[in-house]
Write a protein that binds this ligand. Structure first.
Ligand code: F0G
Length: 486
């Protein structure tokens, strides 16, 4: 049978111009940003693959919904629309809107975690773990070992290792575990999904011990897609049916609507327990806003409600994940080492293998992200030692096995041609890895350091040597001197 291609199930109505810069301009910009792609100005970025968070293009229906914002302080009609859609699609009883995912994480952590508690999860996520620690808890990773191996091609590398979880329960006691945090399409592992069979078994084990299961449903819709296409027995079921079943194996969820739900801002907490929901509503008033808006405008809630209904369309998901796979296949064909299998929201480059001449202390993923920017204008993000932070008890660096650079694909924003030029520049860089210079910390913030840290090259002043290796050095501009490229 001949291969038939998929195509985006939309056409483009409005465009936003991109600005291409020269390598010299980018060298100055990245030096001014302390070699941290988070500190670049987006005006200096050509193709922005920093994150899929809040970067989606909204549909005409969502924009129309924005005009229907009911900006009442209390009881906005849009809240009730959102509540109805969340109930129908995710299935939870109580909806508490928050300004974004971490707002929901904050409330959930404060609500359930006591000092000394242990929160197991399928690999950490930066903000999630930070809130668990802030509430006095300790995160313990119980993901399957395969998740830590970029070359392992298992289809569900987001699965919980039930033996590890059981051993942890035996070791610390169920009373010390307020809930197990189950993330869908595990971000730091490369967007790797959890299988239905595994979450069902996790739920059964937890409930035998009276432990709750809380879903990080941020990428649950994309996880449902992977269950449909990868897990035996699910191909004939709709995304909506799969998602409802997936969520049914949990007692509630936190959700950053900035991803799957196709909006630029928003999030929510869901709970099935009436008493807990009552407590959470008390808390949301304090930290986010009244329980019927949680830090969001009415129009934002309407856009989320419509975005959710669009997010569960199979054709949308096929094109979204298809685009990520398209980029991954190009990179693979060009010899670039990437995390396999290709996940839902981005391509994760194995920086340790890409830059074998750098030691771990030379922060290969941070250096590679900075070098990719200089080479191509494409903005990516470090997901390795820098993101992992320090152990709050010992103060020592966490040393995750994975040292990755993430190329995260915004939903419905870029075209296949953008993927082509991205892949071409990465492949060119991969052919001359010795051009990339390692980095060291210059300034290390205490909390979630990767966002605002600054770095310096371990030798010279540039992160990417010129192709002729002459080492032409550019004076980094002084930190107090703004970088004006416009
Ligand atoms: N959980 C997961 C799995 C996430 O990926 C994120 C955000 C959050 C929670 C927090 O949500 O940003 O709305 O507060 N991830 C973004 C990223 C920042 O780039 O991966 P938020």
């Amino acid at each position: 049978m001949k291969v038939r291609s998929w195509a985006e199930p939309f056409k483009i109505k409005m465009v936003e111009s991109l600005r291409m810069t020269t390598p010299d301009e980018r060298e100055l910009a990245i030096a001014a940003a302390g070699f941290n792609t988070f500190l670049l100005r987006s005006a200096d970025v050509y193709i922005d693959l920093l994150t899929d968070s809040g970067t989606s293009a909204m549909s005409d229906r969502q924009w129309a919904g924005m005009m229907m914002g009911d900006e009442a302080y209390a009881g906005s009609a849009n809240y009730y629309n959102l509540e109805r859609v969340v109930h129908r699609v995710y299935g939870y009883k109580h909806l508490i809107p928050t300004h974004q995912g971490r707002g929901a994480e904050h409330i959930l952590s404060r609500l359930l975690i006591k000092p000394g508690d242990v929160v197991p999860g399928n690999m950490y996520f930066t903000t999630t773990r930070a809130h668990q620690e802030l509430a006095g808890g300790r995160f313990v990773d119980v993901i399957v070992d395969a998740a830590h191996d970029p070359r392992d091609e298992s289809p569900f590398k987001g699965n919980i290792d039930l033996v590890k979880l059981q051993q942890l329960i035996a070791q610390v006691g169920a009373s010390k575990i307020p809930y197990v945090c189950v993330q869908c399409c595990v971000n730091m592992a490369g967007g790797q999904p959890i299988s239905m069979q595994n979450i069902a078994a996790t739920h059964a084990l937890c409930h035998r011990h009276g432990i709750k299961v809380m879903l990080d449903a941020t990428r649950a819709v994309e996880n449902a897609y992977f269950i449909k296409v990868r897990e035996p027995g699910f191909s004939h079921r709709s995304i909506e049916e799969i998602l409802l079943e997936l969520c049914s194996y949990s007692d509630g969820c936190t959700n950053s609507a900035k991803k799957d739900c196709l909006v630029n801002m928003g999030g929510f907490l869901c709970l099935n327990d009436d008493a807990l929901a009552e407590e959470a509503r008390n808390m949301v008033v304090l930290f986010e806003g009244l329980h019927t808006y949680g830090g969001l405008a009415g129009r934002d809630m309407e856009a989320i409600a419509i975005g959710i209904t669009e997010s569960v369309q199979f054709e949308h998901l096929r094109a979204r994940v298809g685009q990520v796979e398209y980029l991954g296949r190009l990179l693979e064909a060009g010899g670039v080492p990437i995390v396999k299998p290709i996940g839902g929201h981005g391509i994760f480059i194995d920086a340790a293998r890409f830059l074998p001449h750098l030691t771990r202390e030379q922060l290969p993923a941070q250096a590679l992200a900075a070098a990719i920017y200089v080479e191509s204008g494409v903005r990516t993000m470090e997901r390795g030692l820098v993101s992992a932070g320090r152990d709050p008890d010992t103060g020592l660096n966490h040393t995750p096995k994975l040292e990755l650079v993430r190329l995260t694909i915004p939903r419905r924003v870029y075209t296949q041609a953008h993927m082509d030029v991205t892949a071409e520049s990465l492949i060119a860089l991969h052919d001359e890895p010795e051009r990339v210079v390692g980095l060291r910390f210059e300034h290390e913030p205490k909390c979630l350091r990767f966002f605002q840290a600054t770095f310096a090259p371990v030798e010279g002043s540039v992160v990417l040597k010129h192709p002729d290796f002459s080492g032409k050095s550019v004076q980094p501009i002084a930190p107090d001197q703004p970088c004006t490229l416009l």
